[in-house]
Structure formats: C-alpha cells, structure tokens
Design a protein around this ligand. Structure first.
Ligand SMILES: [Ca+2]
Length: 431
C-alpha cells in the first residue's frame, strides 16, 4: 500500500503502506469501487495513506467492505461472535463511564490498555475461545502501547484536490520502483515462474502489486502491529463508522494473536503499517491466515523475509478472489464513450465485470481494440483532475486486482508498473 506524506513533521516516514488489505476479505461484487486520489506527495515509506488516501476509507463502500470483513471474521468463528458477546458489557461500561463523568467518545483507553474493561473482555474471549493463557495475555498487553500516530492516520483527510489518475500513477510508475522491480523479478525467476504455472497469475501482475505495496520490501512499515491493531480496535477515532472499524480491527487483533502463536513469533516483534498490514505484500493478519502460503517450502509462512512466500501468497490471494488463469493476457482495454452519456449508469456497477461488448456498444461505449463477444467487462473511469477523464474496459482479472485494494487507480497502477518492469527487462523476456 503505499504512501503519502501526511505531514511535514518528519514523524512519518517517506512512503506509505497501502492498507487495503482490509478489503481482502470477501467483498461483494456489487460494491462500488473506491478511487483514491493522490493525496499528499508520497514521501513516507510506511504510512499508507498514499495509495489509498483517507477519503476512500470513509466512503460508504469502505464502510460496507469493513462490515463484510468483520462479518467474515465473526462468521468464521464457531462460538458466538466476540462483538455480539460484548454488546451488553459495552453498554454497561458506557453507562458506568457516563456515571463517572467520562465520555463515550474516542478517548476511552488512551494510554492504558491494560486497565480497559473492553480489553479485558477481549482477552477473556481469546482465552476462552482459543485457549490462550490469561496471565500471558495480561503480561503481553501490559507492554502494548497506544499509538497516537495510527489514530491520526485513520482520521479523514481534509477535503483535497480532485482525483487525478496521472498524478497518482506518477508516484508508482517511476524509475526507482521500475529498477527495483527488474531486480526483484530477476532475483525471483523461479518463484514467479512457479506462481504463474500453479495459479495462472502472470509475473508482471505479482511484480506490480509487490512494487506498489512496498517497493519490493523496502517499505513494509515500522509500527508494532500489536500496538497499531490494539489502538485501532479500542480507540478508533470518532467517525460515523467507528463501531464497524473497531469490530474489524478486533478481528485483526484476534488474527494476529493466532498467527504469531502458530508461527511462534513474538507478537511484539511483528512490524507493519499503521493499519497493521505486514510484509512485502502488506497482508492484514486475517488475510495472512486465510490466503498466505508457504511457497519456498521451509514450513513457515513468512511474508516479511521470504520473497517466494510473498509471491505465492499474492498469486493465491488473486486466485481466491476471482482471477481466471485462462482469460486473455490483456486485462484492460482502452474505451471511448459517446457524448450522449447514456453510458453513465454503467460506471460504478460494482467491482465486477458484468457487461458484454454489445451491451456496451448499445450504451455508447466502444474500443478500437476488438472485444471478444463472450467476455465480460466493466467500465472504468480514471479522473484526471482538470484534464479529460480516461475510460477503460476492465475484465474479470482487472476486478480481481481491485479486491486487493478497492481502487481503480490502484489496479491500473499495478498493471502499469508491472508492464513497465517487464519492458525494462526486455520485452521478449517473459520469465
Ligand atoms: Ca516459507
């Protein structure tokens, strides 16, 4: 995920991490997409705001995606969802706080998680449902820090510039990232070839994603994941979707505790983005549990240190989210739209290819490239600030990429970076 510099304070690092693994969860194909406009200049390797500037996360689509994500977490549990079991306790706690003159806002736990009733209930839940030792959890969470920066980064960005695809693209399809991509590709020929063979996801797409996410591991985040997730789970900023976001991050906190236990990792040693995304491909903990794989055969899933595991996991994630290995290599086609704008309703039909070429033609959308009559497409608009909007037709595999990060800008930057890296290696070198 990417990066933008939210401030000039120097606190944030130079790039951002794309965060949108949040949406890795099973997103509905009917969800509209969320474009990010390039917020601030990219400067910090780890703070994500970049690729998905804030505004995106606060749209209704984002909220719905989070609800779905949270839902998927709770649905996976055999015991009653943690959130449901908490409802009454939370209500009681809220009443108690109000009676004591406290508030029910966003500062309930600032600075002291170990004293928080909701944290205690969460730890009870982890002990009863998953067999953690309560005393060990207490000792662990006594060391968890509240991270104000992650709260700040989650707050909605102030109204900014209009979306600008070219500006966004220029942050990711540039010399440093392309050169790093060439090296990554050359260093990982075997894993990329195996991923392509096993999953049908071409190397340029995998290389594009890992490049956009972390510049091939250069910018994977320096937040302690446990700090970030605990802060967001229990002290999320006061936004309209606060409850859903907190539920989502509680699920991620649950996942990271399970993950670090099974992998025998010190939870406090795990670093990631301000939102808790981990490793070269910036997977959220629940996505690691659900989609990451051991692709180098050492018996462990390590997205932080194993390029092969990252490559295989990205390919598996895309496959699990609809990537079709037998679809044509071209996954977006340039489109032209008629002045009458009868095609307008075709935009935002959701993150899925649902239209045949004859339906598009009837609505005034055409392409100079012949379109297979049996394929499905979606109409993609890439706004360019004051300049003319670009239109494209995305295939099923284009929309698979948007499940990684719910943004047309994101998917197009992945495609273009991957293409640029492939061309830089030599157009005749596929692998
Ligand atoms: Ca491995």
């Amino acid at each position: 995920m990417a990066r933008y510099n939210r401030s000039n304070s120097g606190f944030f690092q130079p790039f951002f991490q794309p965060f949108f693994h949040l949406f890795h969860a099973r997103a509905s194909t009917k969800l509209p997409r969320l474009d990010h406009h390039p917020g601030a200049p990219q400067a910090c390797p780890h703070q994500m705001r970049s690729i998905l500037p804030f505004p995106i996360r606060l749209t209704s689509s984002f909220i719905l995606a989070l609800l779905l994500a949270a839902s998927s977490v709770t649905q996976a549990a055999s015991s009653p969802p943690f959130e449901a079991s908490l409802t009454m306790e939370r209500a009681k706690a809220s009443v108690a706080r109000l009676a004591q003159g406290g508030n029910n806002g966003d500062n309930d736990y600032r600075g002291d998680f170990s004293a928080s009733l909701e944290v205690k209930l969460f730890l009870d839940h982890m002990a009863s449902k998953h067999g953690f030792k309560r005393s060990e959890l207490d000792a662990l969470f006594a060391k968890v820090n509240h991270v104000k920066a992650t709260i700040q980064l989650m707050k909605p960005a102030p109204p900014g510039k209009p979306k600008n695809w070219q500006a966004y693209r220029d942050r990711f399809v540039e010399t440093v990232r392309i050169n790093a991509g060439v090296k990554f590709w050359n260093d990982n020929l075997d894993a990329l070839a195996r991923a392509q063979k096993q999953y049908g996801v071409p190397a340029n797409i995998i290389v594009g994603i890992i490049g956009v996410e972390t510049v091939y591991g250069r910018v994977t985040g320096n937040f302690r994941v446990l700090d970030a997730l605990t802060t967001l789970a229990f002290d999320y900023p006061a936004t309209p979707n606060r409850a859903a976001r907190m539920a989502f991050f509680k699920g991620e906190l649950e996942s990271v505790l399970l993950l670090t236990r099974s992998e025998q990792i010190d939870p406090l040693s795990l670093l990631g983005s301000y939102a808790g995304a981990v490793g070269l491909p910036q997977f959220m903990p629940s996505s690691i549990l659900n989609y990451a794989i051991d692709f180098d055969g050492d018996g462990h899933i390590d997205l932080r240190n194993s390029s092969a595991d990252a490559i295989g996991s990205v390919a598996n994630f895309l496959t699990q989210h609809g990537w079709q290995r037998n679809d044509p290599g071209t996954i977006v086609y340039p489109a032209k739209v008629a002045p009458h704008q009868a095609w307008k309703p075709l935009i935002d039909l959701g993150l899925a290819a649902t239209l045949h070429s004859d339906q598009l033609l009837a609505a005034g959308v055409s392409s100079d490239v012949p379109l297979a009559p049996d394929m499905l497409f979606g109409l993609v608009d890439l706004q360019n600030g004051a300049q003319a909007t670009e239109y494209w037709l995305g295939t099923n595999n284009f929309y698979a990429i948007t499940h990684y990060n719910r943004s047309y800008f994101y998917a197009m930057s992945v495609i273009e970076l991957g293409r640029a890296v492939r061309l830089a290696r030599g157009s005749d070198l596929e692998l």
